[in-house]
Design a protein. Structure first.
Length: 195
């Protein structure tokens, strides 16, 4: 009897697995509709802030609300799309003094882990961030904004994430500037369309 019960349990578990896996979905980041953003904030001499963003990037994420710990993200950024609303400043940041975009035209992020809280709405996402030819592991604080049907027959999920980067970790020399300018806040909003 015990063997029959164990066998029935195994069969039930095996038959349920495809259903659980079927709930996982891949999402294309909606950059075309301008529903995704990669923005940054850095101190200006300790007196104010410089705000900017990257206008061109693409990627996607995989997300299953029944198994959020298995979520993953991949993003590629066109570094030359940087915009700070000041042409000469853009040119300087993209130069060899800082990002050296001619040598390193792409920045990438690939997640390696996703740890969700008990409520399922907040998480820590770790991953490999490559900037200026240097790859470092970083951790983002992530909030699930929401998900559901859109008016055009699609289905969407949205997240926001923040982290702080030490620019020296990416071989970007800020030693000539005040201490307050040596770290950068990164803010990311990703809205994805289920494929």
């Amino acid at each position: 009897m015990l063997k029959k019960t164990a066998l029935a349990t195994l069969i039930a578990a095996a038959s349920a697995m495809p259903l659980a896996q079927a709930q996982a979905a891949d999402y294309q980041i909606d950059t075309e509709g301008q529903h995704a953003f990669i923005q940054f904030k850095i101190s200006h001499l300790g007196y104010s802030y410089i705000l900017g963003d990257f206008k061109s990037f693409d990627g996607g994420f995989s997300y299953d609300p029944e198994s959020p710990d298995d979520a993953s993200v991949n993003v590629t950024v066109d570094v030359n799309s940087l915009e700070t609303n000041h042409a000469e400043r853009n040119k300087h940041i993209l130069s060899g003094d800082f990002l050296d975009a001619s040598e390193f035209p792409q920045a990438t992020f690939k997640s390696t882990g996703f740890d969700v809280d008990d409520n399922g709405d907040e998480a820590e996402m770790t991953g490999d961030l490559t900037i200026h030819g240097v790859t470092k592991s970083v951790t983002f604080e992530v909030d699930h904004i929401g998900g559901g049907d859109d008016p055009w027959g699609g289905y969407r999920q949205g997240f926001e994430a923040t982290t702080e980067l030490n620019l020296a970790d990416y071989d970007i020399d800020m030693s000539a500037f005040p201490e307050s300018m040596r770290t950068l806040e990164l803010y990311v909003v990703l809205e994805g369309i289920r494929q």
